[in-house]
Design a protein around this ligand. Sequence first.
Ligand code: CA
Length: 230
Amino acid sequence: MSPRATATHRGQIIFKDVLAQQLCEQGGEDTHPSVHCHLWGIHGNHVILRDDFDSNQQGELDPSIWSGCSACEVGERCGVLMHGRAVTFCDPLGQRELITRPLNTSAASILQFALSSGLCRFSYSDPDIVISFSLNSSDDWITLERIRAPSNSSTVVHLLPLPAQSRREGVRLRWAQEPAIRSGTYESCWGLDNVLLVNVAHRPPLLEDNLDPPDTSNWLFFPGATIKVC
Ligand SMILES: [Ca+2]
C-alpha cells in the first residue's frame, strides 16, 4: 500500500503526491473488476467540456457535446494518440471540422487538447488546423489559434487561453483544417484526444479523493491508467 503517489504518462502529470489507497497498473495480476470512469460531458462543476472519446460506450461522438463533425471518425485508425480512441480526420477530400454545441464559457480559462498524426501518414505541406470560436451560434468564426498540421508522429498537448471576448454564453468552438487548395487533397491524417475546457468558477480548495471510486471532478483524465480494487 502506498500512502502517497505520483503518476505520469508521456510526460503529463496525472496526479502528484496525493493520498492513494491502492493503484494497480493496467494488466496487473489481480482479477478484480476495474473502475470505469466517465470522462466526458459538458457544464460540470469543474469542466465546461471534457471528452476522452473513450467514455461513450457507443463509440461515437456524443451529440450532447458535439454539434457537427465532417470527414471524421472515432476510433484508433491512427493508433493511440493519448489513450484508447480519438477522433481522427483521414478523408483526403472532405471538409475537416469538429464543432461543439453552444457552451456557456463565462468561467472558462484554458482549452486543452492533444493533437497528433499518430501512426498515420503526416505531411510537411498540408494546410493549417485552425481553432476558432463563434458567438451566438453565428457562422462568423473568430480564430483562436492556427496550428501547423503535424509533421511528425508525436502527440502534442496544446493549451490555449480563451480571450475575454470568447467567454460568454452561446459560444461554439471549432477545429477545422483549411482547404487543401494547392494539391486538391490532404496528404495526411490527424486526430484529437482528451479535449478539455476547464471551468474556474468552482476551484476546489483542496484535493481529497480516496479513489474508491475516483471522483472524476478531481482529475482531468486518467490516460493509460486503470484503477482497480486490489
Ligand atoms: Ca481517448
